[in-house]
Design a protein around this ligand. Structure first.
Ligand code: KIV
Length: 275
């Protein structure tokens, strides 16, 4: 059950608020957001935390995977999301190449996301291999979110971004990674595209919240890419995507009518012209 009065109305949600919600058994939601207007709408809807994800490479910039988006591009989007919100916790993704070189690089870029972007937390992909990075970031007082299971920045090793991860022995490895991230100080862990049973095991084993995306119903929170959730993306989508609207059809209809009215000169009419 959601207890709206337990969430701050006059200040930003913090990672402690997310932990408190998890401790009282409340499920909370996250969405991706990359711009001011959607950020404000999602906050108004009661989405507690927004991720300025590297999926912006695909959803905003038109690339085929998440690898090309840069720190500079993400920092601008983080600024826009922060400007559009008052209470939502803003988590900024560390893009490919911004933390893999080591803890120092990770900390420098995490600091950029807070100092220049105005984010309150950062997210990075990987388990035990990024523990030094997580320790450096959290050691500097910056909340860090982990990301396990399908980690799209490793697309070239995984051989695609549609595969379910963590089946069989890989589940034990993932659990060990999750526990290592918690020990390193992560405030939450995203679990992407893993069997629901593994989502349950990891959620029961961790004190910190698990945030599922294709990880079943037992995670403490859920996240979706907003364009998938709202039906803006086209084509075949992963099984876990539920479309809550058909924004694509609505936008196509609006733009088609606009183009037709310009062509037939019914827009602009006198109502939409200055005297
Ligand atoms: O970048 C992103 O949007 C993400 C979510 C899919 C969890 O990492």
């Amino acid at each position: 059950m959601s207890d709206a009065s337990a969430w701050p109305a006059q200040r930003r949600i913090t990672v402690r608020d997310l932990q408190a919600a998890t401790d009282r058994g409340e499920r909370w939601s996250m969405l991706t957001s990359y711009d001011t207007l959607t950020a404000g709408i999602f906050e108004q809807a009661g989405v507690r935390a927004l991720l300025v994800g590297d999926t912006s490479a695909e959803m905003v910039l038109g690339y085929g995977d998440t690898l090309p988006v840069t720190m500079d591009a993400l920092v601008s989007m983080v600024q826009a999301v922060v400007r559009g919100t008052r209470t939502a916790l803003v988590v900024a993704d560390l893009p490919f190449g911004s933390y893999q070189a080591g803890p120092e690089q990770a900390l420098d870029n995490a600091v950029r996301h807070l100092k220049e972007g105005g984010a309150q937390a950062v997210k990075l992909e990987g388990g035990r291999r990024v523990v030094p990075q997580v320790e450096a970031i959290t050691g500097a007082g910056i909340p860090a979110m982990g990301h396990l299971g399908l980690t799209p920045q490793s697309v070239n090793v995984l051989g695609g971004t549609r595969r379910v991860q963590g089946r069989g022995d890989a589940g034990e490895e993932l659990l060990a990674d999750a526990l290592a991230l918690e020990r390193a100080g992560a405030f939450a862990v995203v679990l992407e595209s893993v069997p629901a049973e593994l989502g349950r095991r990891v959620s029961e084993a961790l004190r910190i919240p698990t945030v599922g995306i294709g990880a079943g119903p037992h995670c403490d929170a859920q996240i979706m890419v907003w364009q998938d959730m709202a039906g803006l993306t086209a084509g075949r989508l992963p099984r876990f995507v539920k479309r809550y609207a058909d924004i694509r059809a609505g936008l196509l209809d609006a733009a088609s009518r606009y183009a037709a009215e310009v062509a037939d000169q019914s827009y602009p009419d006198t109502e939409h012209s200055y005297a």
